[in-house]
Design a protein. Sequence first.
Length: 222
Amino acid sequence: MSAAKMHGAGMILPRVYPVLDTATLGMRRLTPLDAARAMVEGGGRILQLRHKEAFTRALFEEARRVAAYCAEAGVLFVVNDRADVARLLDAGLHVGQEDLLPSDAREVLGDGLPLGYSTHNLKQLREGTAEPVDYLAIGPVFGTVNKQNPDPMVGLEPLRQIVESAAQPVVAIGGVTLENAQQLFDVGIASAAIIGDLYALGDTAGDIQRRMIQWSDLYPHG
């Protein structure tokens, strides 16, 4: 599936949405590019770069390398928070409740690139459906250790109502593992975002690739 087919009306997301979290990678002494290669070689068709600290020149250059690699591999690359960086890299963008409003982010991003928006409850998701976004994220759906001061867990039954209320595809995030993901797909989630579970088999690039293969075998992208 090309990046072009993952934007616009009726956007179809891969069922597995791996996230390159720089803090997590740093603890394991892995570069975003090394991890990106492992995830893509394991079957990943979308990657998000998540960086919650200052965006340095060195990190931007690394992000540029990841973006170029993803473009060559036909994988959609998404940048978290930073509309300017996403536009410079011709990448998708994912914004949260404390970032630019999606309508403002769209002005920076333009109409040709995908935009995602994080929500944490039914009210936020209903408001998000009116924004110029291609998909909505909801979480945390389970307990998470990858976010400071996380919002309350959503729960599976409220999640079903949320999915039914959404006009856009919904991505679940927060504590998602290979063992609990089926519960999310059973209530209609389009895609499951994973961070910590990428390292379930170990901390090396080879371990990440093997874990992604397990995900891709169980939830093929079509």
